[in-house]
Design a protein around this ligand. Structure first.
Ligand code: 5BU
Length: 457
């Protein structure tokens, strides 16, 4: 049984949903344990397999900021005299929103203090002030109505109500009928749909995805993973061709992709590429140049095909930043004309404090969606677009997630099982270890076990 405070975290609402396609924010709600799976029973006796605890959002500054951004976009385009959160769970969110909007805030008290001013409203205000009221989750709408009563008793005018989640129990319509325009970011149906979609992709095997993918390189990569029983990609960030060739030879049997930074090699020669291609063929893995192309189309085309590296001639996969916009993909594709060359688009990064906001990630995905014949995969921390045809590669992987100055680490289990991505990219953890083969096998096994658990084997 859950108590009242607990229940208020599940409030549902019927509302206008403008961000139903914002998978990044939805996924972030899962990642931060706001949406949980299990068997839950509400106080009413109603059973649910999904539990939404919006209060967990306060433990993630980035999620709180994302929610404030999205609520700000949802709010009617006008100025309010005061922003107010329904006490007490929504007060942190209302604070984040008030700061984002640069509008003054007030705070409601549920109980009158025995001492001091006996105020029911904290903060400065005057009768007639127009209020934007925020709620996290609306179920019965009772808490919202109590808050409206309190505000109106003091002569304030509640102009609009916005919420994160509408549990679709008719309360939003009731609030609207009472004259309080109410909107929510998501309905419970959106949460359930997202869960179903995510489950669907998560449950498919690599072999099934090889068949359903329309991209030639995706088909190859899924087939290799299935055949070699590995979802491990090696980030071989060594600086001599000899070290790199030795790693490729040694670890080739355990990997599906070898990712390199060709421009850190001190002794590059065209012969080295020929040798690397031979090893890749012998051990059946793909070559990925982590070049992170990010210039205008014409320059990128030259960087991709010319210079001393001639990347387009040998790299099955190359990484591309979404920043320049879709033109970068069009000109690269035009330059290669070859069906077995593909792009891995960077939608999220693993470095601390990187600038890839959810809005940026969403636009990057939309850009990939226009070029699915050329964009085979996404670099992402989570499987952010469950319905799309991509494979997801995750960088920043370590079995012990200790912090390193330039990197944020996930374990293979977190990336593959919890976040639903497909390929773990591992660098220093393997090539700096005293026994790279044993370590590579440990990562291969960890990645494969997480995948098997995900598909229910
Ligand atoms: P590490 O040693 O496992 O931390 O190396 C990670 C590799 O992945 C390294 O080659 C980076 O350049 C690469 N990388 C990354 O770490 N984070 C990102 O967001 C992207 C690439 Br994109």
């Amino acid at each position: 049984m859950i108590n009242r405070t607990f229940l208020s975290a599940y409030l549902l609402l019927a509302a206008t949903v403008i961000y139903a396609n914002d998978h990044t924010l939805l996924q972030a709600l899962y990642d931060h344990n706001v949406v949980k799976h299990g068997a839950f029973i509400f106080r009413s006796g109603q059973k649910s397999s999904i539990y939404v605890d919006m209060r967990n959002a306060i433990s993630s500054p980035s999620l709180l900021t994302q929610l404030a951004h999205s609520l700000n976009a949802l709010a009617p385009a006008k100025k309010y005299d005061r922003v107010c959160g329904v006490p007490y769970g929504t007060i942190p969110l209302a604070t984040a929103l008030a700061l984002e909007r640069n509008e003054p805030m007030i705070m409601l008290r549920k109980e009158i203090k025995n001492h001091g001013t006996q105020k029911r409203i904290e903060g400065e205000y005057k009768p007639g002030d127009r209020v934007l009221l925020i709620e996290d989750v609306i179920t019965t709408g009772g808490s919202v109505r109590e808050a409206i009563d309190l505000l109106e008793q003091q002569g304030l005018i509640v102009e609009d109500v916005i919420a994160c989640l509408d549990y679709q129990q008719g309360s939003v319509e009731k609030l609207r009928d009472l004259g309080y325009p109410t909107q929510a970011l998501y309905t419970i149906a959106d949460i359930i749909n997202h869960t179903e979609n995510t489950k669907y992709t998560h449950n498919l095997t690599y072999a099934q995805r090889a068949q359903t993918s329309c991209n030639v390189v995706s088909q190859k990569i899924f087939a290799i993973m299935e055949q070699k029983k590995t979802n491990l990609a090696l980030a071989a960030d060594v600086t001599t061709t000899q070290e790199l060739l030795s790693l490729a030879e040694l670890l080739g049997p355990h990997i599906c992709v070898l990712k390199i930074h060709v421009d850190i090699l001190t002794d590059f020669t065209p012969l080295f590429i020929e040798q690397l291609k031979t090893i890749a063929q012998q051990h059946t893995f793909l070559l990925m140049a982590d070049r992170k192309f990010s210039d205008i189309g014409n320059t990128t085309q030259l960087q991709y095909t010319q210079g001393i590296y001639h990347i387009a001639d040998w790299a099955d996969l190359v990484t591309v930043q979404a920043l320049p916009g879709a033109g970068i993909l069009a000109s690269m594709q035009q330059a290669t004309q070859c069906a077995d060359r593909a792009v891995v688009l960077i939608t999220q990064m693993s470095s601390h404090d990187n600038l890839a906001s959810s809005a940026y990630t969403n636009r990057a995905i939309a850009m990939g969606n226009e070029h699915t014949d050329f964009v085979a995969g996404l670099i992402a921390r989570t499987a952010i677009t469950p319905n799309e045809p991509y494979f997801f590669m995750t960088t920043g992987i370590h079995l012990s997630t200790q912090a390193i100055a330039d990197q944020t680490y996930l374990t293979p289990y977190e990336a593959i099982f919890q976040n639903g991505t497909d390929i773990i990219i591992v660098g220093r953890a393997i090539y700096e270890s005293p026994d790279p083969i044993a370590t590579a096998i440990a990562y291969k096994n960890a990645g494969w076990e997480a995948y098997q658990k995900r598909i229910g084997t």
